[in-house]
Design a protein around this ligand. Sequence first.
Ligand code: XMP
Length: 192
Amino acid sequence: MQQDIDRILISSRRIADRVGELAAELAREYAPPGREQSCDLTIVAILSGSLIFLADLIRRLPMRMRIALVTVSSYPGASTESRGARLFEQITADVAGRDVLIVDDILDTGGTLRAVRAELARRQPRSIRTCVLLRKPAKAPPDVPADFVGFDIDNYFVVGYGLDYDGLYRNLPDIAVLRPELYTSGPGGGRA
Ligand code: XMP
């Protein structure tokens, strides 16, 4: 697997440090000191890309929370071009009157967050905010803001730390760019 990597964009050490900082920001927002028990937060995590980020983030959060998972696909198979977000099943979590935090791996064209946000907004939560590990500012549209962002990155198709290409590389501990010849779709190699 290591020989498929062109270069590491963000090391596992930097990711761990930043996830700790994000957790501190979230704790200040949702559960200020002494009020951890009264927090009524539901985290809605978008699978599959956010699974490692989610696992690391929630273990660094001190407050009570509920966790709901939703599966969305926008990059089917060996593709680095978004084909539009598709929710695989309805979100069943009861979020009415609750604070909701959507957690995703990456904000790219914004289609995924837009679709999940719209679905949740119909259930009248008290608030909806979004937390993404990565954001591609070159593409992220203004109508889908991310409230908490780990790293802004250039317009590369990245893998690792939960992110995949054709189902592979999710288990890489770092966030990396693959060797261009490994990407089979889209002009310009992986630069989607
Ligand atoms: P959109 O365009 O809907 O994209 O904001 C969000 C979802 O698309 C996937 N995505 C990526 N997956 N490397 C990946 O492995 C990337 O560079 C990348 N960019 C977008 C991802 O699943 C994300 O939730």
